[in-house]
Design a binder for this molecule. Structure first.
Ligand SMILES: Nc1nc(=O)c2c([nH]1)NC[C@@H]1CN(c3ccc(C(=O)N[C@@H](CCC(=O)O)C(=O)O)cc3)C=[N+]21
Length: 292
């Protein structure tokens, strides 16, 4: 008789539902003290994927009882006009989180826009002040995608201390902050990228692999150590147009101990951590106003 191994799936939808129920409870408690958490989502232009994402974020807010406003602008909006809107939201007491959906049209300097958001309302965690706070272990907002990945590891009771975590990808919004979060939990962290000569040699040493490249089949079964934990941050389309991640899910499932699916993995957790950050921003505001 042969034994076949199948990894345990970390269900992002189920974990997201649990965490969102907690957000809803805390939101109710804040409302009872007279403060409603509010998120502003700013969308410039008509990127079809962005339209869908933004709608999902707004719906997640209303489902959890948060106030949200969606500000939609033409692709021709000037950078100055956008900066003026952000300034207004920075000063709006009903708004605790500001999310400017990326990508922005090419004539707008995305970095300049992100740096114009008040760090206290930077629930995306993209501001330099947020990145710096994460790096030095000070309070601040963590980027939602890697934060969601940490919650997924926490959900299986995984102790990162002394483990080797390999992050594939070095973006400012996933790879780099992911590495910092893993380091903060006492993992030994390796960051691999397009100039890494032998990726497989690295991933074969990994107890945890986080794939965040944006390319299909970046991680295949032959690259994974038996019983490793695999987190798939990828969002790609396969030849049939179906959503798929960076990981060969079927193959890697025969080797790994735990794996996250796409869809239904990191995606719903990203939106959930946006709600968590917005609610925490509102709780800090309530504390500052002496309401709690
Ligand atoms: N300022 C900013 N902040 C972001 O957080 C941000 C952004 N810009 N620009 C675009 C990316 C993309 N992103 C996703 C979030 C959730 C899913 C998600 O929930 N995906 C579902 C499937 C959705 C589907 O079926 O298309 C899943 O994986 O199960 C996907 C993508 C946030 N982003």
């Amino acid at each position: 008789m042969t034994t076949s191994h199948t990894a345990q799936i970390i269900d992002g939808n189920a974990l997201a539902a649990q965490l969102r129920a907690d957000v809803a409870r805390r939101t109710e408690a804040l409302k009872a003290k007279g403060l409603t958490p509010g998120l502003a989502v700013v969308l410039v232009g008509d990127n079809p994927a962005s339209q869908v994402y933004v709608r999902n974020k707004v719906k997640a807010c209303s489902d959890a009882g948060l106030h949200s406003v969606l500000e939609k602008y033409e692709a021709t909006m000037t950078e100055d006009a956008l900066l003026a809107r952000i300034e207004a939201l920075n000063n709006d007491p009903a708004i605790h989180g500001i999310l400017v959906q990326l990508p922005l049209p090419a004539h707008i300097d995305a970095n300049k826009v992100i740096e114009s958001i008040a760090p206290a309302k930077d629930v995306d965690g993209f501001h330099i002040a947020s990145a710096g706070a994460l790096m030095v272990g000070q309070p601040g907002f963590w980027p939602c995608t890697p934060y969601g990945c940490m919650k997924m590891l926490e959900s299986i009771g995984y102790d990162l201390r002394g483990k080797h975590a390999v992050v594939i990808g070095r973006s400012n919004i996933v790879g780099k902050p992911m590495a910092m979060m893993l380091l903060q939990k006492n993992a030994t962290v390796t960051i691999c990228h397009s100039a890494t000569p032998d990726l497989k040699a690295m991933t074969l040493q990994a107890d945890v692999v986080v794939a965040a490249v944006g390319k299909r089949n970046v991680l295949t079964a032959d690259m994974v150590k038996p019983d490793a934990v695999v987190i798939d941050v990828g969002m790609n389309r396969n030849d049939e147009g179906k959503l798929c991640g960076d990981v060969d899910f079927a193959g890697v499932s025969t080797v790994a101990s735990h794996i996250t699916p796409v869809p239904g993995g990191v995606g719903p957790m990203t939106i959930t951590m946006l709600l968590v950050n917005t609610m925490e921003s509102a709780e800090r505001d309530a504390a500052a106003r002496g309401l709690v």
